[in-house]
Write a protein that binds this ligand. Structure first.
Ligand SMILES: O=C(O)CCC(=O)C(=O)O
Length: 263
């Protein structure tokens, strides 16, 4: 999907409420929390997930803050994302327990080539005063080596919002790597950093989000029949098609994905 690269600038500042380009060919598409499949009881009432969340949040009330899909597109020339945290600490003097948590669910079996998520365990403690505390931990030989678990499709990686992590490069040439991101937080917490307010639609750009193959492909066809490719094949493409294992933009029968039409 090379067209996507010049459709969107980098980072939340240049992105939209609906989609942010996180790095190179890595896009995060917001799915909202009030429609299927996130309203499905399998997610809302999942016992394993919710007993874990109950224990991590120490019995405090929590809610589903956000649902998105991070798609790292197949790109043999791509590079790793920068190490980063998704949010800061609430108290700059004292370490407080987790108030916000990511649940990353890969929608394909991960391999090294597809670029798993890499985390630095324990760094949610040091990110309160990053360089000073990381240096101290290094001197005391407390830093744990990074880990990048090769999860099977549908497994979950849970980590504190304050943990250092990054998406590794998807150097495969055909297989996009979608990861479903569910973010849970204590009820008082709002995230104002990871997506901007600016909306594609308010900017006069049309965006259609589909999470099924038929809707997405049909909308793409409608647009394609009307607009074509332009003078040169591939030049000025204004669409993104994401799907589990969708390779160069086409999902297999029955697969779910995200289709975004920028027109
Ligand atoms: O793609 C990944 O594995 C991680 C993505 C991520 O951390 C982000 O976009 O902020």
């Amino acid at each position: 999907m090379p067209g996507a690269e010049y459709a969107l600038g980098l980072g939340a500042r240049n992105g939209f409420r609906e989609i942010v380009r996180r790095n190179g060919s890595r896009y995060e598409c917001r799915m909202g929390t009030s429609s299927a499949p996130f309203t499905d009881d399998k997610v809302r009432k999942n016992k394993t997930l919710h007993s874990t969340l109950h224990s991590i949040f120490g019995g405090s009330d929590y809610y589903l803050l956000g649902c998105s899909v991070v798609v790292s597109c197949a790109d043999p020339g791509s590079s790793h994302q920068q190490w980063h945290v998704d949010g800061g600490h609430v108290d700059s003097e004292n370490h407080l327990p987790c108030h916000c948590l990511n649940v990353f669910v890969p929608l394909v079996d991960l391999t090294e080539d597809l670029g798993p998520t890499e985390i630095r365990p324990g760094t949610h403690v040091y990110s309160r005063n990053m360089s000073k505390m990381m240096l101290g931990a290094k001197a005391r030989k407390e830093l744990k080596p990074p880990v990048a678990p090769l999860l099977k499709r549908g497994s979950a990686l849970l980590f504190d919002y304050r943990v250092l992590h990054r998406g590794m490069a998807n150097i495969s040439s055909t297989t996009d790597r979608p990861v479903l991101v569910l973010t849970y937080a204590k009820t008082w917490f709002k995230d104002v950093f990871n997506f901007p307010n600016r909306s594609l639609e308010e900017e006069g750009v049309r965006v259609d989000l589909y999470n099924d193959r038929e809707g997405g492909v049909e909308a793409f066809r409608r647009w394609y029949d009307k607009e074509g490719w332009g003078e040169e094949e591939g030049k000025g493409k204004r669409f993104l098609v994401f799907g589990a294992g969708c390779g160069k933009g086409w999902m297999e029968e029955g697969e779910r994905g995200v289709f975004i039409l920028l027109s």
